[in-house]
Design a protein around this ligand. Structure first.
Ligand code: TEU
Ligand code: CA
Length: 574
């Protein structure tokens, strides 16, 4: 069979994809963790006026959508993922007027703004919980999940995501409440129709202000099944089969879509532990009218050993490639994907999937190319666009994250090796992603004039926005170019995807094509040079090099490409 181009262009399927064009499919989303983005008033805490100050920076990065992590009122047990008032702004972040100004500022610049909806749980300081806990027959009792214990022990063996029992005994009424995260994050009872109506109302409150959608925190967990003991030893298996994907999850999401979301032109992306290839399409199949996109964790848990994230193992590129390929295949023509490599819960992408030493710049650009050339909406986490790296604080006292604090307590309780744990925290801890944004090499990296809520990564003298603004070949400028290249070439958004030589353990290479163009993307995930042979799916005659992290010295012969360390190059073949 002759795989020449005119033949390919007759396949109607590719046209079909373009018919489903949506702004959010073509978008590059920029995630802001406000506490660490920019402090405007010197109290050491990033805030909304700080984000407003940086809107032009974000616009100049060619971003379409900002996803703002929680800014609601919260006692900050889990940095805002414990909301005590969904309609109020945390005073240290600013006021509602300032939020409105931010929203206007984004819209005026042609950008959209998406908020975090944290509705699996509230803070224990939320009025609903304060009332619920007050007595067994309070009208709000059934807003949360209260159970009698079993002779002084919790109702079942469920464990919190942050370690320890997922049940907390409350002396006031002698019952336990469920909290899948910290004890200050009680889980809501979504089986109660009043809870769902209240959540719908608060969503309307924000949507009516004009926000452009929601990222929904742990949305896969909102429907709880029975309360039997989990029979599984392995935590991830328990998540998938016991905590997540409960019996009414799809009913709840469809209801939310019909009653709320479908009345607005907005995007939704559900975050989902326990979502995998088997059940992922159920959340995003366009005909089911639930969510637009999900964040699954298949690639994010890729280096977790038997004991989870604090038991890391080296990751395998073949497996990594497989995950992206299988998901593309599964969602193709039916649902839409999210392409991301990090966020506020994971280590820095260049330290984790790239090389933060010798090939720092090359590998950060290689990851940028991968992000912008796979099929799906692209999500960039603040700081990754300048190649921010993991941090290694000397002692646990310098860390803030409740997940780290809890694991330290657990290690102490079990008498385990804390020096070893500190090394693992350097590699896996969530605070790697939460040190302040590095704007320049001035005091505190230009993040604050005061004393920052968490120390900066000392790398700010070398890695910062100001330097990279002035350097045409910087990682920052590479991101800018990559984002706009994708926008100008919708083949990279909607076109088909096929991995080349999936079993190659160092190079991630693929075709992207439709009737308009054919692209070949080659990313060398190693510090060694490789000769990589592309297959003959498309004829490579005189490919034009469109983007690369090496400016010169490219060489190929026929379909064999000589790739240098961490080289990533995008060729237009047609
Ligand atoms: O994260 C959900 C989640 O699955 C995390 O527990 C993730 O597995 C973990 O952070 C990896 O170490 C969301 C938020 O993104 C996170 O910041 C919150 O702490 C959590 O929900 C609870 O709201
Ligand atoms: Ca501040």
């Amino acid at each position: 069979m002759d795989w020449n181009l005119p033949l390919i262009s007759f396949i109607g399927l590719h046209k079909h994809n373009r018919m489903n064009r949506k702004w959010w499919k073509e978008a590059t989303v920029y995630q802001i963790y406000p506490r660490s983005f920019k402090d405007s008033n010197g109290d050491g805490i990033g805030d909304i006026p700080g984000v407003i100050e940086k809107l032009d920076y974000i616009k100049n990065l060619n971003i379409d959508v900002i996803w703002l992590c929680p800014v609601y009122k919260s006692p900050n047990d889990d940095n805002g993922y414990d909301v005590s008032d969904y309609r109020g702004i945390l005073p240290e972040f600013g006021t509602m007027e300032q939020f409105d100004e931010l929203l206007r500022g984004a819209h005026d610049r042609g950008m959209r703004l998406v908020m975090d909806l944290v509705a699996n749980h509230t803070s224990d300081e939320h009025q609903w919980f304060v009332e619920s806990r007050s007595s067994v027959d309070d009208p709000k009792r059934d807003y949360y999940l209260w159970r009698r214990g079993d002779n002084g022990t919790p109702p079942n063996n469920w464990q919190s995501f942050f370690g320890g029992d997922a049940w907390e005994y409350d002396t006031q009424t002698g019952e336990y409440y469920l909290h899948l995260f910290t004890r200050k994050q009680p889980d809501l009872n979504w089986d109660n129709a009043k809870v769902r109506e209240d959540i719908h109302d608060l969503m309307r409150f924000w949507l009516d202000k004009g926000i452009d959608g929601f990222r929904m925190d742990v949305i896969s967990l909102i429907s709880k099944g029975g309360y039997a003991d989990s029979p599984f030893g392995e935590f991830n298996e328990t998540i998938k089969k016991v905590y997540a994907n409960g019996p009414r999850i799809h009913e709840f999401l469809n209801e939310m879509n019909r009653k709320v979301i479908s009345n607005y032109d907005v995007m939704t992306v559900g975050e989902g532990p326990g979502i995998d290839l088997e059940n992922g399409l159920d959340y995003v199949d366009e005909c089911r009218e639930e969510l637009n996109m999900i964040f699954h964790f298949d690639h994010m848990f890729i280096d977790h050993g038997p004991e989870g994230k604090f038991d890391p193992v080296p990751y395998d590129l073949v497996r990594f490639k497989e995950i992206f390929s299988r998901w593309d295949e599964r969602l193709k023509d039916r649902g839409w994907g999210s392409i991301f490599l990090g966020n506020h819960d994971f280590p820095r992408i260049v330290s984790r999937f790239g090389d933060d030493a010798e090939y720092w710049e090359k590998s950060a650009k290689a990851l940028a190319m991968m992000l912008h050339t796979l099929r799906g909406t692209v999500y960039i986490y603040q700081g990754d666009e300048i190649g921010m790296t993991n941090v290694a604080f000397d002692s646990f006292e310098e860390y803030d994250d409740v997940e780290i604090t809890n694991i330290v307590k657990e290690y102490k309780r079990q008498g385990k090796n804390l020096d070893q744990l500190l090394k693992v925290v350097h590699r896996q801890g969530r605070d790697n992603a939460r040190t302040p944004m590095q704007w320049n090499k001035d005091l505190n990296g230009g993040f604050t004039t005061g004393s920052p809520w968490i120390k900066l990564n000392p790398s700010y003298e070398k890695i910062n926005v100001a330097d990279q603004e002035n350097e045409p070949n910087s990682i920052l400028n590479f991101y800018r170019q990559m984002i706009s290249f994708r926008k100008d070439n919708l083949t990279l958004v909607y076109g088909d995807y096929e991995c080349i030589d999936e079993s190659h353990a160092q190079v991630f290479a693929y075709w992207r094509w439709d009737e308009e163009s054919v692209f070949l993307v080659l990313v060398n995930f190693s510090e060694r040079a490789h000769s990589f042979a592309a297959n003959d799916k498309f004829e490579i005659l005189d490919p034009s090099r469109e983007m690369s992290n090496y400016s010169e010295g490219h060489s190929y012969q026929g379909n064999v490409f000589n790739l240098r360390p961490w080289e990533s190059t995008l060729y237009r073949v047609k």
